[in-house]
Design a protein around this ligand. Sequence first.
Ligand SMILES: *[C@@H]1O[C@H](CO)[C@@H](O)[C@H](O)[C@H]1NC(C)=O
Ligand SMILES: *[C@@H]1O[C@H](CO)[C@@H](O)[C@H](O)[C@H]1NC(C)=O
Ligand SMILES: *[C@@H]1O[C@H](CO)[C@@H](O)[C@H](O)[C@H]1NC(C)=O
Ligand SMILES: *[C@@H]1O[C@H](CO)[C@@H](O)[C@H](O)[C@H]1NC(C)=O
Ligand SMILES: *[C@@H]1O[C@H](CO)[C@@H](O)[C@H](O)[C@H]1NC(C)=O
Ligand SMILES: *[C@@H]1O[C@H](CO)[C@@H](O)[C@H](O)[C@H]1NC(C)=O
Ligand SMILES: *[C@@H]1O[C@H](CO)[C@@H](O)[C@H](O)[C@H]1NC(C)=O
Length: 655
Amino acid sequence: MNSCFIISLCLSSSFFFIDILSIEAAPEYLFHDCPNTTLFTPNSTYRSNLHALLSSLSSAAAGSTDGFANATAGQSPLERAYGLFLCRGDLNSTECSRCVATGEWDILQRCPNQRVSTIWYDQCMLRYSNRSILSAMERSLDRVLYDVGNVTDPTRFMQLLGETLNDIATRASAGGSGKKVAAAEANFTSSQKLYALAQCTPDLTASDCVKCLQFAIANLPQGKQGGRLLAPSCNLRYELYPFYDASALPSPAPPPPVPAPPPPAPVTGPKIAFESNIFTMIIIVIAVSVVSTVVVLFLARCFSRRNATDTHAVVQGGQIGLTEITNSQSMLYDLTTILAATSNFSCQNKLGNGGFGEVFLGTLLNGLPIAVKRLSQSSRQGFEEFKNEVMLLPKLQHRNVVQLLGFCLEGEEKLLVYEFVQNKSLDYFLFDPEKNKHLNWSTRYNIACGIAQGMRYLHEDSRIRIIHRDLKSSNILLDSEMNPKISDFGMARIFRIDQTLAMTERIAGTYGYMSPEYAMNGQFSVKSDVYSLGILLLELIIGKKNGFFNQVDGGEGIACYAWKNWRDGTPLLVLDPALGGTYSVNEVAKCIKIGLLCAQEDPNHRPTMADIVRELTSHPVTLELPRQPAFCHGRTGRLESDKSPGRSITGAELW
Ligand SMILES: *[C@@H]1O[C@H](CO)[C@@H](O)[C@H](O)[C@H]1NC(C)=O
Ligand SMILES: *[C@@H]1O[C@H](CO)[C@@H](O)[C@H](O)[C@H]1NC(C)=O
Ligand SMILES: *[C@@H]1O[C@H](CO)[C@@H](O)[C@H](O)[C@H]1NC(C)=O
Ligand SMILES: *[C@@H]1O[C@H](CO)[C@@H](O)[C@H](O)[C@H]1NC(C)=O
Ligand SMILES: *[C@@H]1O[C@H](CO)[C@@H](O)[C@H](O)[C@H]1NC(C)=O
Ligand SMILES: *[C@@H]1O[C@H](CO)[C@@H](O)[C@H](O)[C@H]1NC(C)=O
Ligand SMILES: *[C@@H]1O[C@H](CO)[C@@H](O)[C@H](O)[C@H]1NC(C)=O
């Protein structure tokens, strides 16, 4: 039974896996170009203009039918940023916007502080500059890639290639103001077909487009099985296999009278097949059986490997490829490494579900255990959170903050690689009637101190100020010695040191842990994290979820329950019975008091993380006394179902 279930789970997850690898041939990075002579300072106006520019390009991509858009950002001509993107002609707007979104983020990583940058993917090109680049033909930053395989009959091949490329160059430039793109297929041998695609940015005039493409044709390598030239204003590619979806290209404009360029050699066999629909991409094969899907997966991966690194080499413009990516981003992991480490995301390796996807256990070749968080399919929301973690976490080093080791962004896969933390999360122990016995008082107090120290680090001690925004027991991981590690930074926000309050349109967090000003008005600050910490502390003491009290105690929540007992002089009645009466009254008292102070309605009445750490780790009691917390309406009423045998002791005696 059980193994049946596991097998079917495995099958369905491998289907999922195959799906995302082959159906959507997602952005495949080719190269970037950013001259380091044009740096801007990190706090400059250009920087904020650039961010605005990229985000408007990204939104333009979502609605673009042409696979092209331009944008500018900034008032002052000196600091204005100009940008554009071009998607491969056969992509629909979904695929296009995925590529642009990847590029938007990627380009800032690869070209930090550059005024002028271009990034190329198989599927799109994104560029920006501090001068206007619209309608200006540019072919200087070209890159040529070729396939190292030689063709069997180079003379005939080059002749066929010349004809084919000249034809598509002419047709692409005639493409009007919409897309300037054309493709062709031609029979080379009985078993080999030539596929070619040419494209200009549609802002070029027809004559600039022809010039750009003729330049590209002239600079392609000779006698190779495949090649491409990528210039900012145009690109050209040919292969002996289909690499675009011919059926998705605009239908060819009626061929204008062409002054057909050179090859005077006898034209015997070869003819050009215009936009044949017969050849659909491997992608479409998917539908049917497991066997064919596996074959497609295999092929797709072979192709993507070939294209990306193995056989394409560079003849102009310096190094590209794997080495460069790994050097420029030490945090980057190869998908194959992760697949090997997690046995292809096998069910046996699954640890659970994290903030935005499944989490898998893995072991790197050097024996280091890792936890891999796998972003669920193509959730845009999740992608934002992915970016957030990748940008934030590498900057953080604290024993109570989970360590991000790296990430992987390959094909459709978005993976985060963390240090492996042995003991799952706090909620797994705390709210389980059996497992909570592993949490004795000194362990709980150690957890409370650790979380507070980790949060103080985020708020005050790290190089940047971070509001976590989703602090809760399921985001606290426990290592082999039950030390806490704060995780899940998907929603965290960076604050300037002088900034105290921010607003958000999208209120995201966990109900019950959200402070009233955040839940109701979207205002967040360090004090909203303090509120969440208060709820967490109370949960640690009481051993019940906040949500439990929403159901049984007139919906007033855990803070209200603790407050009423504190006010009535019976604070120890709230203690988790699992503690078995063994605890330090002084420490319990401190935790309840801090929990209540954190849960105050007015953020100004809540302590800071530094206050909390000081209070928890030293003797002198300095904090003011708590008042009635938020979401509490002063009615009396006890929780009848959960009376602990704690000593009766009044608040006055304790504090
Ligand atoms: C700019 O790049 C060149 C070579 O690409 C390198 O020698 C130089 O150190 C770089 N300058 C800066 C400021 O990074
Ligand atoms: C763009 O930036 C470079 C380097 O800072 C500068 O020399 C150039 O004048 C700028 N161009 C414009 C149009 O502002
Ligand atoms: C930008 O930062 C530099 C130091 O990094 C500082 O000297 C300069 O005043 C800052 N400029 C602005 C406009 O904040
Ligand atoms: C875009 O293309 C992809 C893959 O070809 C397909 O899965 C998706 O449904 C298309 N989207 C639209 C809106 O046509
Ligand atoms: C292709 O031909 C070149 C020169 O003729 C040779 O150096 C190279 O090794 C050949 N490549 C392959 C894959 O055979
Ligand atoms: C460039 O962008 C502007 C405004 O965003 C738009 O009006 C214009 O049509 C665009 N030009 C082209 C060639 O797309
Ligand atoms: C290419 O070859 C196929 C058969 O392999 C044939 O059906 C097709 O007509 C040929 N196309 C051209 C343009 O000659």
